[in-house]
Ligand binder design. Structure first.
Ligand SMILES: [Zn+2]
Length: 105
């Protein structure tokens, strides 16, 4: 309360119910995307499937990580750019949707 953390908790998603979220679509190309928060207050559209790191150019490599919410037992998923370290060629990464839907598409 002193930190201003007064927002109501999010409802617990039902893991057996896969229909509770309609996958968002890209306004440009209509493809299904996944939209995740990042660690710096921005949101990013990611492809719905992972691919080996060797098939995704470095600027488009993302990884999904669980961010422990210390105030609750739930965890949040955040998108983190894969940078600094080179992943193994076969290591799965989540490509940014922009890779398929960039200005030159
Ligand atoms: Zn698109």
């Amino acid at each position: 309360m002193a930190d201003g953390a007064t927002a109501p908790p999010r409802p617990e998603p039902d893991p057996d119910d896969v229909s509770w979220i309609e996958p968002p679509t890209c306004p440009r190309c209509g493809a299904f995307v996944r939209i995740y928060p990042t660690t710096y207050d921005r949101w990013v559209s990611l492809a719905t499937v992972e691919m080996p790191a060797k098939d995704a150019p470095e600027p488009f490599r993302w990884r999904l990580m669980r961010l422990p919410d210390l105030s609750r037992v739930t965890t949040d998923i955040v998108a983190v750019r894969v940078r600094g370290i080179d992943p193994l060629p076969g290591e799965p990464v989540v490509p940014a949707h922009r890779m398929r839907c960039g200005p030159d598409w």
